[in-house]
Design a protein around this ligand. Sequence first.
Ligand SMILES: NC(=O)c1ccc[n+]([C@@H]2O[C@H](COP(=O)([O-])OP(=O)(O)OC[C@H]3O[C@@H](n4cnc5c(N)ncnc54)[C@H](O)[C@@H]3O)[C@@H](O)[C@H]2O)c1
Ligand SMILES: [Zn+2]
Ligand SMILES: [Zn+2]
Length: 380
Amino acid sequence: MKAVVYRGPFEIATEEVEDPRIEKPSDAVIKVTTANICGSDLHPYEGRAPLDAGMVLGHENMGVVVEVGAAVERVKVGDRVSVPFNIACGTCRNCDAGWTNACLRANPSGKPTAGYGYPMMGPYRGGQAEYLRVPWAEFNLLKLPPGTEYENDFTMLSDIFPTGYHGTELAGVRPGDTVAVYGAGPVGLMAAHSAMLRGAAQVFVVDKEADRLALAEKFEASPINFAQTDPTEAILEATGGLGADCGIEAVGYQAHDAAGHEHPEMVLDKLVEAVRSTGRIGVVGVYNPEDPGAATEGAKKGRIGFDYGSVFDKNIAMGHGQCPVKRYNRHLRDLIVAGRARPGAIVSHELPLEEAARAYDQFDKRIDGWTKVLLHPAAA
Ligand SMILES: NC(=O)c1ccc[n+]([C@@H]2O[C@H](COP(=O)([O-])OP(=O)(O)OC[C@H]3O[C@@H](n4cnc5c(N)ncnc54)[C@H](O)[C@@H]3O)[C@@H](O)[C@H]2O)c1
Ligand SMILES: [Zn+2]
Ligand SMILES: [Zn+2]
């Protein structure tokens, strides 16, 4: 089959690789109809997270089941499915408690987390390919209505829509709340959309990319361009000096200033300033225990100094981590079918697998208009 293969930093290629097959009775193989490129894919792409050359990329996958192992009963050949980016066994202590992002069995390295085509998430190949092997398919796969309707919306169910929603869950967004989202990338936009779905009174979205801020307005959020306006001042002014009830971090460790210089603590500090006392902050942007390319000596070892003193002083609650997709994807699917959610509104490009190298390059450079790229292997 054809697949998008990681060759090294800034180097990917669409190549022929061996077809996936059923390796265990609990596996399924799907024919991929859509696989998205994610901001997280840029971490290995830029050489900021170690990935073996030869790995097939892609953790945001959906498609149609073409083969199932003997132990798979619920899911049938021909079913249209969304594949959560977390690979979870379904029965370990963490999976059993609903924390499929921290499965204790799926990653042979022993690290409590596993996923497709991603650094340190196990040996599982990704789905930017014609076919994908899904372990523990009975547990992991979410069934979708048959056909092709809502493809661009459903494809957000594998990662970014649940991840944005998880940000609002960690931040405890309630009806009437004011919410400040930092980052207008796909994850931040999904967090803004989710906050509105949960009944927020006002949602601010902070970034410096004008095209992305314009998309925030599609979800009825108020954009703040941090290259032009100090977001803390704007948010304090809009909230009578109190600050936002909830803050969501959707940027991660490569947070940078308007001139493009990295400051890994920058967004955390800004959130602590903008969120009111007794407010809550949800961090879904990624921070790593090791980052040899980090801007500061401490950050190379995951030590990121931010204003924890004010977090304590203001009684701010914080939550963070990878999203347990299965916790939310069924409900979010049903909001799409009901016409209440439209996460596909952020799609900017739909391309065949052959165009992956160009798409990574443009998306990585944040070229105007490259917000969310979908690859359609079937069109290749
Ligand atoms: N927790 C999870 O399960 C999970 C899942 C998916 C993605 N992520 C992470 O979420 C983060 C965002 O993902 P994405 O796909 O939207 O990435 P992205 O890189 O496309 O978007 C990040 C945005 O942050 C903006 N930004 C940079 N510095 C900023 C600052 N100081 N203030 C405000 N905005 C700033 C950038 O301009 C960019 O638009 C990444 O760290 C990604 O790895 C986490
Ligand atoms: Zn992703
Ligand atoms: Zn498990």
